[in-house]
Ligand binder design. Sequence first.
Ligand code: SF4
Length: 337
Amino acid sequence: MILMEAKFYISKDEGKVQCILCPHNCILKEGQTGICKVRTNIGAKLISENYGKISGFHFDPIEKKPLYHFYPGKEILSIGSVGCNLHCRFCQNHEIAQTGLHNYGYLRNLSAGAIVNAALRHENNIGIAYTYNEPLVFYEFMRDTALNAKQNGLKNVMVTNGFINPEPLQSLLSFIDAFSVDLKAFTDEFYKKITSSRLEPVKETLIRIKKSDRLLELTNLIIPTLNDDEKKFKEMVLWIKNELGKDTVLHLSRYYPMYKMHIEATSPKTLLRLYEIASQELDYVYIGNLPTVKGQNTYCPECRHQVIERNGYYTKITGLDKQGNCINCGKAIIENI
Ligand code: SF4
């Protein structure tokens, strides 16, 4: 087993360490593991136990991350490990995210170089996405892979809950090109009760990413009775518009019962209603996990010309020039094409 020392921690008295990677800031005695189940105090050092331990390795459409405004129609090598710093009751990937290294038997040992080589060999592939479980909790392996990928001309994408401290986030911004962040709700009560975390650090993360000029897309999983209140939803949409910009991409995703959450799946009617509310304020709103006519394609916010057609993971650029501008009115829409 590689004992990879973690990057963000402080040594304390009596052999304790404090991890400062995420706002849980776990203080760990010898042998103790953090809330994420994968960072452990071994010999008064914080060790990233899941370094190079891969649970998932697939070439996915970039739209699956979901990212709709980053190299549309391309594929991306997607990798994940185990562990997560949140404990969402509706976790869609709980087999890998809500477990530690010792309870999951299907991990492959891979080096950063092997992953980058696989990404380079695959046609139509633009880079590497760190996803499936929360990539923040395999920070060191993500960093080593992403730096190697960047040197080889590949793009790096992080699919994250955004519950990270400012210093490690600042460091990430130098090698991650695009972020797909879950904004799970807009109340601290939801974050505390349903995810065992807090809303405010996630909002701070979103503002910092936006200021960095990295591509940012948001996903809001709509769960009946828990975060589908129209007034609160509108408040979230207005916050996105005012703090992150009207052109921020928002994906509204349909929830299905999963893990410890047994509420019925979101009704199409609710999703369409929230889609209408969000579309009044934001330029690019999409519906995910539900085959609808609305909320799939991209339209130019200036002239309403259809610029990208989507059907499931079928994607066709219909109205953009080579620079990503609308062919009808010239508005810049997709920077990375
Ligand atoms: S990354 Fe893990 S060990 Fe570190 S503070 Fe967060 S939950 Fe605790």
